[in-house]
Design a protein around this ligand. Structure first.
Ligand SMILES: [Zn+2]
Length: 319
């Protein structure tokens, strides 16, 4: 963004020096240069003037796509209009700018807004137990991209070690990586030291492989205790299990994408934290599932907009 702006402003600055009477506002400068040079103005959106590209995405996606513009001062925009979101989508995967934190995970493991102005009719998409196969990962992410959705891929360390390139694939395709312990064991049965190793070794291998340590942790089987929570805290991990299980792992739903969809829809509620897995029938189910969620008015939370619970929200009670 900045280099483009500089390129465009340099001629103006030069012109100003020569004419020594430059009364134009920045906005006028923008217009003048973009007319002269025919440079697309996609990146030059400013608060209150961001509709020029006319790219208004589906309102259902507001919770996802507003994130990129959150820093531009548009956070009060209830319509969630995100000019340029499409153009920015590709960059978003590689840009370092993190979306503003707008959601947290509550004690029931739902995803909830940090304040009332934020859309609450949203779901969080998660896929556990990978990375296993390129075909399944690409299949899931192709569908996520089609619906402009981001998900958390909760990975196991032993699988990352076997296929670091698959972890890189998830990262490079702009999806979010979570920590699901090294061995996918019941952490509650482990000593505190082993439990810590199970979690922190995954932080390390993910950081070493992708350059970034996970920000989310989900214990296998949803099984944890106070020590598990403490270790997650020590590693700045947001701890969650789930609040909507697709049951795609249940043998009775094997090879039954329709059953996976039905299970999620049966439990659907605002803030659903949807547990799915890297499994062939889930890959097959995902497009129809996301379509139905959209039709019911649900948006997909960008996991990067999920942070620790605000102090007010935590004050509600103790465990
Ligand atoms: Zn698992």
């Amino acid at each position: 963004m900045t280099p483009l702006l500089h390129k465009k402003l340099l001629p103006i600055a030069a012109a100003c020096l020569i004419l020594s009477s430059c009364g134009q506002t920045d906005a006028q400068n923008e217009q003048a240069t973009s007319n002269q040079n025919a440079i697309p103005t996609v990146e030059t959106t400013t608060p209150g003037g961001s509709n020029e590209s006319g790219q208004v995405s589906d309102p259902l996606d507001s919770s996802v796509t507003t994130d990129q513009n959150a820093n531009s001062g548009n956070s009060s925009d209830p319509s969630g209009q995100t000019a340029g979101a499409d153009q920015n989508a590709e960059n978003a995967a590689t840009e370092t700018a993190e979306p503003q934190l707008m959601y947290h995970i509550n004690k029931a493991y739902n995803v909830v807004p940090n304040d009332e102005s934020i859309e609450k009719k949203v779901v969080l998409l998660t896929f556990d137990d990978g990375p296993k196969e390129k075909e399944m990962i690409d299949g899931l992410i192709d569908t996520l991209d089609k619906h402009q959705a981001k998900a958390i891929f909760f990975v196991n360390g032993y699988r990352v070690k076997a296929h670091p390139e698959l972890l890189q694939l998830i990262k490079e395709r702009g999806q979010i990586i979570g920590n699901h312990s090294w061995d996918h064991i019941d952490l509650k049965k482990e000593s505190a030291a082993n439990m810590r190793k199970q979690i922190e070794d995954v932080q390390k291998i993910v950081k070493d492989t992708t350059g970034e340590a996970p920000r989310f942790f989900r214990p296998p089987f949803g099984s944890g205790n106070e020590t598990t929570h403490q270790i997650a805290d020590d590693n700045d991990l947001v701890y969650m299990t789930w609040s909507n299980g697709s049951l795609d792992w249940d043998s009775k739903n094997k090879n039954k994408p329709d059953a996976v969809i039905a299970n999620v829809l049966e439990q659907l509620h605002a803030g659903s934290n949807i547990l799915m897995h890297e499994l062939p029938w889930t890959v097959e189910a995902l497009d129809e599932l996301l379509t139905q969620l959209e039709q019911k008015g649900y948006g997909f939370v960008d996991p990067r907009s999920i942070g620790p619970a605000p102090v007010e929200a935590e004050a509600g009670g103790t465990k």
